[in-house]
Design a protein around this ligand. Structure first.
Ligand code: OAD
Length: 242
């Protein structure tokens, strides 16, 4: 039997990694309750105080050492592996937990903490240790300094062309664990609706844009995501309503 959906795009946010012990941003006690975005997550902040910005990301990178993929990450890897159609995973997360669960070709639209970026030549390199203000690039003979390969506010997210290309003929768009506060990701649901995709939100609670989705399911990602994936793979329940 043909699957109900052929081309699936999944967008994940911090909520998918919350139960792996990775802090979200806007929940009480989240990252932005402790830091100002303008102090640590903009190019201007890095120019002004590289030491503070590096230490903010060093701390977050260090915390990833003990984080492991949870049932939601594993369910999405299973979906990609077992679904006969195309499954694209786009994440706003800078952790590596989708890859740890076995998902391939993850689109990290906000970059990756375990990668450095040379501010001069643009070379990327694996980075599991702390970066300091004096960290220099191995690719341009030490002329460039290194920053975490994450996208800051005011910068262009990565791989938008690929994302929009996948969205252009998606028939199912699923948004998981994101508050819908940050564009362009927050606008993907509107784009998906424009191309006629069925849109689903899986989140602990209704997000900012929950009313834009055709279907919403609320609960912890480790519960709602595996259940949703089971239904998709068994082609049960998920009937498109015209
Ligand atoms: P947020 O912290 O804004 O939102 C996390 C969402 O996950 C919230 O809606 C929570 O209700 C939900 N959530 C929390 N725990 C959950 C769980 N166990 N299961 C399911 N959902 C849960 O994080 P994002 O939306 O990912 O960007 O944030 C988007 C971007 O804003 C981030 O990529 C980052 C941040 O500033 C940059 O730093 C550029």
């Amino acid at each position: 039997m043909a699957p109900k959906f052929q081309r699936i795009v999944v967008l994940t946010g911090a909520g998918v990694s919350a139960e792996s012990g990775v802090a979200t941003f806007r929940d009480p006690g989240g990252v932005w309750a402790k830091y100002d975005i303008e102090d640590v997550a903009t190019p201007e902040a890095f120019a002004r105080n590289p030491k503070l910005v590096q230490s903010f990301y060093n701390e977050r990178r260090a915390r990833l050492v003990t984080a492991s993929a949870n049932a939601a990450h594993h369910a999405l890897a299973r979906l990609q592996r077992d679904h006969p159609g195309q499954v694209t995973i786009v994440t706003q997360n800078v952790d590596h937990l989708h890859e740890d669960a076995g998902t391939s070709d993850v689109i990290h639209m906000h970059g990756q903490l375990r990668q450095s970026l040379c501010t001069r030549c643009g070379a990327r390199a694996a980075c599991t240790d702390d970066l300091g203000p004096q960290a220099v690039c191995g690719s341009c003979n030490g002329f460039g300094t290194l920053r975490p390969d994450v996208v800051w506010f005011g910068e262009m997210p990565y791989q938008l062309d690929t994302i929009y290309e996948r969205m252009s003929d998606a028939d199912l768009f699923v948004s998981i664990g994101t508050s819908g506060n940050v564009y362009p990701a927050a606008g993907f649901v509107a784009g998906a609706r424009e191309v006629g995709a069925w849109t689903v939100e899986l989140n602990l609670e209704p997000s900012e844009g929950a009313r834009l989705f055709d279907e919403v399911r609320h609960g912890p990602a480790t519960v709602v995501v595996p259940a949703f994936v089971d239904e998709l793979l068994n082609a049960k329940g998920l009937t498109r309503q015209a």
